[in-house]
Ligand binder design. Structure first.
Ligand SMILES: Cc1cc2nc3c(=O)[nH]c(=O)nc-3n(C[C@H](O)[C@H](O)[C@H](O)COP(=O)(O)OP(=O)(O)OC[C@H]3O[C@@H](n4cnc5c(N)ncnc54)[C@H](O)[C@@H]3O)c2cc1C
Length: 348
């Protein structure tokens, strides 16, 4: 029998959509992603991008406080046992995601731990194929498969993630370790300049490292970078290694020259990668309209409609601009309401 709505994904957008769909008696089925080595390496394990970070200080509702007892009471014991001990600084990314998942389950969402590898949106009800060979049918689908930040793939980058290496200035820039300290931003496009500009509010100096002698960013962003007294551009350089130690995390970046100059060791307490994001849309190629950057295209302003009626998109998979947990959750709510209204209009 076909489901009323299947939600694909497991970040803030998916769980929020699941909470709303469950409370609207749509009995949502969430396909949350698979626990595979491939997904671990890609940064797409279940619970989404926030599961890869430590403190989340900008999600409303979690001031600094003792959250341990609340987690003990709120999270099923078998999953609570697997969680790292909680601190007192508000909520961590994994904690926030476990809370959202549990809230959706409490209202009746069912969860399948697998990847959707193919979809058939030409037939109705829609058909989804999972990596274990199972297929699912559904009248409506909410795609909330998110995106992943691109990294260079250096071992030292991996070693210092959450200890000075970050791919999100808005998320991490205000953390104490970055305040009044030199920081490195890697990239040369608009978002690299935006990250550098944002970080310049906190840092002593932001070193923008770019592999060419000209930024790819738009004219206005280039002007912003070159006129900001706290941004220094290091031209013709690439990040070769993040340097640090166990006690302090990141302490410097070794920067290679692309024009034959000697390596430069730049002191920094943070290295921010701003080399783009990859939306998790490979399985949707040819099935839904995507943008040039492969994000799902929202076809109507202020709605979560896609190019296929009955398929809705929420979160970072369709949003290459805001990319925050709270905006993903907000569009998850919108997608659930859009799906509910669409199903009602079909008499389903
Ligand atoms: C290191 C880091 C720190 C961050 N810190 C903050 C912060 O402090 N505050 C903040 O607001 N934002 C932060 N962000 C951004 C925030 O995490 C994202 O904006 C948010 O998680 C996007 O949510 P989402 O629901 O769209 O999807 P995601 O969180 O991207 O999750 C989607 C998940 O869906 C699953 N999935 C993907 N493909 C499939 C498939 N084919 N089948 C089934 N499941 C699939 C995967 O498990 C994937 O991870 C941070 C991001 C990163 C990388």
């Amino acid at each position: 029998m076909a489901e009323k709505v299947i939600i694909i994904g497991s970040g803030p957008a998916a769980w929020t959509a699941a909470i709303y769909c469950a409370r609207a008696a749509l009995k949502p089925l969430v396909i949350e992603g698979a626990l595979t080595e491939e997904n671990r390496l890609a940064g797409t394990l279940p619970l989404g991008q926030l599961a890869l970070t430590t403190e989340v200080e900008n999600y409303p509702g979690f001031p600094a406080g003792e959250i341990g007892a609340y987690l003990d009471a709120g999270i099923a014991a078998d999953r609570r046992r697997l969680m790292a001990p909680s601190g007192k600084e508000g909520v961590s990314g994994p904690e926030l995601m476990e809370l959202m998942r549990q809230q959706a389950i409490n209202f009746g969402a069912r969860v399948i731990t697998d990847d959707v590898v193919d979809v058939d949106f030409a037939a109705r009800p829609f058909r989804l194929s999972a990596s274990d060979g199972n297929t699912y049918q559904s009248h409506a689908v909410i795609v909330a498969t998110g995106a992943r930040a691109n990294y260079l793939g250096l071992p030292s980058e991996e070693k210092y993630k959450n200890r000075g290496v970050s791919a999100c200035a808005v998320c991490d820039g205000a953390l104490p370790r970055f305040r009044n300290k030199p920081l490195v931003v890697v990239g040369g496009g608009d978002s690299a300049v935006e990250e550098a500009d944002y970080l310049s509010k906190f840092a002593s100096t932001v070193y923008l490292v770019h592999r060419r002698d000209e930024l790819r960013a738009s004219k206005i962003m280039v002007q912003r970078a070159t006129t900001n007294p706290k941004i220094e551009i290091l031209w013709n350089r690439t990040l070769a290694e993040v340097l640090g130690n166990d006690k302090d995390g990141v302490t410097a970046a070794r920067l290679q020259s692309t024009v034959g100059q000697p390596d430069l060791e730049q002191a920094a307490t943070g290295v921010f990668l701003a080399i783009g994001h990859t939306p998790n849309t490979a399985f949707l190629k040819g099935k839904l309209e995507l943008t040039a950057k492969k994000y799902i295209k929202w076809t109507t302003a202020a709605r979560t409609y896609t190019s296929v009626e009955g398929v809705f998109a929420a979160g970072d998979v369709a949003d290459d601009y805001y990319r925050q947990a709270v905006t993903a959750a907000g569009s998850g709510c919108m997608a659930a309401l859009d799906a509910e209204r669409w199903l009602a209009a079909q008499g389903l």
